[in-house]
Structure formats: structure tokens, C-alpha cells
Design a protein around this ligand. Structure first.
Ligand code: PDD
Length: 279
């Protein structure tokens, strides 16, 4: 694989980052994961917009221009012949002597991108539906910033796996915030799609935005509000959205079946429409 690091395209085995990088020492960095379908970037402008928002919140200056970022994404798709998969981008505050205070603003930021070939459309878990557990949301209170601080979601996903589930939904004060790496939805028995409203409690998903647009166009009812764990068992269906999972049905929560235990019609329809729109 060819990867990008600080201005160079290199074989992955030759790409290096300093041990003093603040991404490594302080998780002082942000990232984006963009979907590639048919060799094309999906919703790239929205990812750029969110990247700038994350950088701005952490007071990290953008390392290169947006045009350069687009060029780098396209070059990696071409060089690695990515038809279907993901592109990972990370920006950190750069390498400096270890200090809680930020280094001088002139310190070069670290910019890394790499591709991941992955079957996105043909996803066996989406076919059968995900089994999810609920777990307390112990993340920091700025989940709207896409930082590389992913230890808690990683622990939560491992806990899900050890309990025979696919993923975890995070819960704060009895209400679901989101999944470990996706936004969370239920569909009520009267057909209303419910997902938590945008705030500092959740990541503002690029897929969430597009899928809610699809729902709107289909004249489906949507409520953006927190939903309680107790509402999930009463729901007709449930699903998640993310760049890697698209619209991904959920059929079981904490061992209890949701609806009839199969991926629901609204989730399936939204998955289909979202895919049509994205390629
Ligand atoms: N995860 N919520 C969280 C906590 C996430 O990490 C993600 C993305 C999402 C969905 O956002 P989007 O629709 O923009 O992908 C929601 C990425 C895919 C990851 O960490 O791999």
C-alpha cells in the first residue's frame, strides 16, 4: 500500500512518525474516515467541513489547503486502486518536547492518510442485522469533536464482542447517545424515526445528515431527540449509520429481540436509497 505522510507518498513500511508526536503522547489530533464507492469519494465536502470544525475546536491550524486534501485523497485512490473502501485521514498538532502546554504554533502539524480496501455494499452483518448491548457512556463531554481519543469506544466494542454482540450503544443518564463508531436510531411502532439531536454529546455524522435527508425526501417522520433505553424494546426497528456501515439494521438489544428479529423495512429502504444516491 502507498500511504501519505507529511508531503510524501511512500510504501507503508517506510512511513514514519516521531515518538514525540502529540497524537501519540496526548491523543492531540483529529481524524476523518471517508467512504469510497466505485472509486469515488462520498460526501467529501461534508467530511472537509467537519474536519475544519474539529481542528478549529482544538486550535490546530489546517496543515494543507482543501484542494491539496482532495488531490491527496484522489492520488491514494488511484495508486492503491480503491474501488470500494475507506480513506483515513489524521492531523495532529505535531512533534514537540512532551509538555501539556501546546508547542509553538509554527510547529509543523502531522498529516497522515491511508486507504483501506473493504467490502462495504456486501455486508453480512447488515444482511442479518446487528446484535447490540448498552453500556454507560464514559467518554469526555466533547464527542462532537472527532479526536483520535478512541480508547473508550474500543473498550466498549471489545465488551460487546466478549458478550457475543456486534457493537455497543452508549448510554448517558438513561438515554442513548450513539454507537461506538456510528449514530443510533430507533423506529417507533407508528413509523417515526428517532435519533438524538445534534449537540456536544454525539458526533455529527456525515451519513446521519445524508440519511435524514433521504428520510425527509421519502416523507418519513423524523424526531431528533434523545431516546431512552426503555424505548428500544418497544421499537419496531432500529439501525445505525456511519461511513463504513452505511445504514446498518439492529435486531437485538441486550439479548432482547427488536421487532420480529429481522432487519426492518425502513432501515432496508434507507440503506437502499442511500446507496443509490452515493454512487
Ligand atoms: N466513525 N459516531 C461516532 C462516535 C463515530 O466514530 C462515527 C464515525 C459516527 C458516524 O459518522 P459518519 O457518518 O460521519 O461516518 C458516529 C468512523 C467511521 C470510524 O471511526 O471509523
Amino acid at each position: 500500500r502507498t500511504v501519505y505522510v507529511n508531503g510524501s507518498y511512500l510504501p507503508e513500511t517506510e512511513a514514519h512518525v516521531s515518538i514525540f508526536d502529540r497524537g501519540f503522547l496526548f491523543a492531540d489530533g483529529v481524524y476523518e474516515v471517508t467512504l469510497v464507492l466505485g472509486g469515488k469519494l462520498v460526501d467529501f465536502a461534508a467530511h472537509l467541513h467537519r474536519l475544519h470544525r474539529s481542528l478549529n475546536e482544538l486550535r490546530i491550524a489546517p496543515p494543507v489547503s482543501d484542494d491539496d486534501l482532495l488531490d491527496i485523497h484522489r492520488a491514494l485512490i488511484r495508486q492503491n486502486q480503491i474501488d470500494e473502501g475507506l480513506i483515513y485521514l489524521q492531523v495532529t498538532r505535531g512533534a514537540a518536547d512532551r509538555d501539556f502546554l501546546f508547542p509553538d504554533a509554527a510547529t509543523p502539524r502531522t498529516l497522515v492518510l491511508f486507504t483501506q480496501k473493504k467490502a462495504i455494499l456486501n455486508n453480512p452483518v447488515a444482511e442479518r442485522g446487528q446484535r447490540v448491548i448498552t453500556i454507560e457512556d464514559l467518554r469526555w463531554r466533547r464527542c462532537d469533536i472527532k479526536t483520535v481519543q478512541l480508547l473508550y469506544p474500543s473498550l466498549a466494542k471489545m465488551e460487546a464482542k466478549s458478550r457475543g454482540a456486534d457493537d455497543a450503544w452508549l448510554v448517558r443518564d438513561g438515554f442513548v447517545t450513539e454507537g461506538t463508531s456510528n449514530n443510533a436510531y430507533i423506529v417507533t411502532r407508528n413509523g417515526t424515526i428517532v435519533t438524538r439531536d445534534l449537540s456536544t454529546d454525539i458526533l455529527h455524522g456525515v451519513t446521519r445528515h445524508s440519511v435524514l435527508q433521504c428520510a425527509h425526501d421519502l416523507q418519513l417522520k423524523v424526531e431528533e431527540r434523545p431516546f431512552a433505553v426503555g424505548e428500544i424494546g418497544e421499537a419496531a426497528e432500529a439501525f445505525t449509520t456511519s461511513s463504513s456501515g452505511l445504514v446498518n439494521p439492529v435486531v437485538e438489544i441486550d439479548g432482547a429481540t427488536i421487532g420480529d428479529g429481522n432487519p426492518g423495512p425502513i432501515a432496508k429502504r434507507l440503506r437502499h436509497i442511500y446507496i443509490q444516491r452515493s454512487r
